[in-house]
Design a protein around this ligand. Structure first.
Ligand SMILES: Cc1cc2nc3c(=O)[nH]c(=O)nc-3n(C[C@H](O)[C@H](O)[C@H](O)COP(=O)(O)O)c2cc1C
Length: 213
């Protein structure tokens, strides 16, 4: 049996830079392609809180985490009604410079969701996979469906659009998150985690500190 205290060393003054460093290290273990998911929690009138997994799509030009969705989803409607959100990333098996594995959890606490302008959607839509583009047209998210009917609709859509470009539906959209705090937790096997938290100050600067796990 062993026990140790994890330590987060040499973290940059900007939390987004720190996040990028960890993502880069996480991607190293997946040279054939790397997708990063994130968990998004929203305020929901019916359930109080509702969370789900979404795909992390990168950073906006002004350095905020963003994801893509459709206006007919509950996550969109939740954020439209109440822009408060929390986002969690989990990155297991991230090697540090000495080759030691750690798991990281990165949280955007007290985030405000801001919808990206529609002028930015064409470029994002063009990069979507064929499946994602078709889904945007044929799936009534959250509604009960009959598999055979949906499959027939999918196959017909695929055939009709064979080789043609697929128009971006008006429902396609994206949200960025402006957090009050960034919370980074690092832990290895048989270790007590270390956490570094960045807190946004009134002057717009980030204050960073270790906090207990
Ligand atoms: C790996 C993975 C990635 C996903 N990515 C997205 C995404 O980027 N955007 C999205 O709206 N839903 C995504 N989903 C589906 C959501 O988890 C969710 O089921 C859907 O958005 C409806 O959720 P809601 O009812 O809370 O709105 C993803 C699911 C998985 C498992």
């Amino acid at each position: 049996m062993s026990s140790a205290l994890a330590k987060i060393e040499d973290f940059p003054s900007d939390p987004v830079e720190f996040f990028k460093e960890i993502l880069q290290a996480a991607a190293k273990g997946h040279p054939d392609g790397f997708l990063q998911e994130m968990n998004l929690a929203t305020v929901d009138e019916e359930y109080g809180v509702l969370n789900r997994t979404v795909l992390y799509r990168g950073l906006t030009p002004d350095n905020f985490v963003f994801y893509i969705t459709h206006r007919y989803t509950r996550n969109f409607k939740n954020l439209q009604a109440n822009s408060k959100a929390c986002v969690t990333f989990y990155m297991p098996d991230v090697k540090d410079t000495t080759g030691k594995d750690s798991s990281w959890q990165v949280r955007l606490i007290g985030a405000t969701a801001v919808e990206l302008p529609q002028t930015e959607m064409d470029a994002l839509w063009a990069k979507e996979s064929l499946a994602a583009q078709i889904r945007g047209h044929i799936c009534p998210c959250g509604e009960p469906i009959n598999y055979d009917e949906l499959k027939a609709r999918h196959d017909r859509f695929l055939q009709e659009h064979n080789g043609k470009s697929i128009a971006r539906p008006a429902s396609y959209t994206a949200w960025k998150f402006q957090p009050q705090r960034w919370d980074f937790l690092k832990v290895g096997l048989n270790e007590i985690a270390d956490r570094v938290q960045y807190r946004l100050q009134d002057n717009g600067k980030w204050e960073s500190m270790h906090v207990a796990t």
